[in-house]
Design a protein around this ligand. Sequence first.
Ligand code: ZN
Length: 118
Amino acid sequence: MLDKKKIKEKLERERDMLLDQIHDIGKLNPETNEWEAIPEELNSRESDQNDMADRFEDFEARSIMIKTLESRLNNILSAIKGLNRESFGRCEICKKDIEMDRMEVNPAARTCKKHLNN
Ligand SMILES: [Zn+2]
């Protein structure tokens, strides 16, 4: 039997952690409801072409990072939503209960160990 309460707490902790990380490098655009990277703070140095290039690369890296964090966040959010569903904690492929130790590591898991790579 899965300990849903424990899993829910873990999911919520993970969600808060991800939100913190996203807030560090991005902001939510209220118009599109999408996360956007924010450029690093301007420093006092006079910016030359190289600086601009660095800043641009940094912005690109942040954008990619945000996409990664966002998709993890969405997984967590849909797992939280799915907690109350009958099918929660069951493998999408074979419909059997997902191993508890797997759920502990990844509460958003949707397949059992056997169907991990499907
Ligand atoms: Zn399975």
